[in-house]
Design a protein around this ligand. Structure first.
Ligand code: MG
Length: 227
C-alpha cells in the first residue's frame, strides 16, 4: 500500500525550459542594464542555442559573440547570477498539485541541482512549505546526486516507512529511477511534451520506471485507483 508520494522538481512539477528561459531573460536584462549589450539580442542568441540543443556552455558562447561583455564579466559570474535569480516559473498542473496535497498520504521531494537555485524554484512555485520532507541532494555535495541512494534512505527514515510504501515520481530515465528501483520503491515517470528528456528511453530494467503517466493528474488518479 502506498503511504507516500515523493516528487522530483525539475520537469516534474514545472517545465525546466521555462526556468532556462527565465534565467536567460534575467541575465540578458542585467547585461543591458550595464550597457554591455541589447537584452533582446542576447536573449534571442541564448534561446536559439538552447533550442538547438546547446547545454552547459551558453555563456561561453555569449562571450565569444559579444567580446565586450567578456572584458568586464566572466562565465562564472554570469552562471552565479543565473542560479541566484528569482525565476518566473509556475506549476505545470496547479489543480493536480492541490489534489495531491489533499490525499491521505505523505508527500516528499527529492531534487538534484544547485541548492540555491532549487530553493528559489520552490519559492517561485509557492511550494517551499508543501512537503513533509524536502531533500536537496546538492546540500550534501554533487556526489550524492541521483542515482545515489542517500536521498531515498533519508526519506524512508524521515517518514518512518518501508520502501514498498513509497513511490518516486520523476521524469529522467537516465538517473531518476535507478536508486528507488534498487530499494524496492514504486517508480512512476511523468512523460509530457516540453520536458528536456521527453524522448529519452531508459537503458535497462533497473533504470526503467514501473509505470509511465502523461501528467500529475494521472498520478493522482493512479494512486486513487489503487488505494
Ligand atoms: Mg527532473
Amino acid at each position: 500500500m502506498i503511504r507516500a508520494i515523493v516528487l522530483d522538481l525539475d520537469d516534474t512539477l514545472y517545465l525546466e525550459r521555462d526556468y532556462v528561459r527565465s534565467g536567460f531573460i534575467h541575465v540578458a536584462s542585467y547585461l543591458e542594464d550595464r550597457g554591455l549589450a541589447d537584452s533582446a539580442e542576447v536573449f534571442s542568441f541564448l534561446w536559439a542555442g538552447f533550442e538547438e540543443g546547446r547545454r552547459g556552455d551558453a555563456f561561453d558562447s555569449l562571450l565569444l559573440r559579444w567580446p565586450q561583455i567578456g572584458r568586464v564579466e566572466n562565465v562564472e559570474a554570469l552562471v552565479e547570477r543565473y542560479r541566484q535569480h528569482s525565476p518566473n516559473i509556475e506549476l505545470r498542473e496547479p489543480a493536480a498539485f492541490a489534489d495531491l496535497m489533499n490525499l491521505d498520504l505523505r508527500v516528499g521531494l527529492i531534487s538534484d541541482g544547485w541548492p540555491t537555485a532549487q530553493r528559489a524554484k520552490l519559492d517561485a512555485l509557492g511550494v517551499e512549505d508543501s512537503f513533509g520532507s524536502t531533500v536537496l541532494t546538492g546540500d550534501w555535495g554533487g556526489r550524492y546526486a541521483k542515482p545515489h541512494q542517500r536521498a531515498f534512505t533519508t526519506i524512508e527514515q524521515e517518514f518512518s516507512l518501508s520502501s514498498s510504501e513509497l513511490v518516486y515520481v520523476a521524469d529522467n530515465p537516465t538517473k531518476d529511477f535507478i536508486a528507488p528501483n534498487e530499494r524496492g520503491w514504486l517508480t512512476w515517470r511523468i512523460r509530457m511534451p516540453g520536458q528536456l528528456h521527453h524522448a529519452l528511453e531508459p537503458t535497462g530494467n533497473i533504470a526503467s520506471p514501473r509505470l509511465e503517466l502523461p501528467s500529475l493528474q494521472e498520478v493522482v488518479a493512479e494512486y486513487q485507483a489503487g488505494s
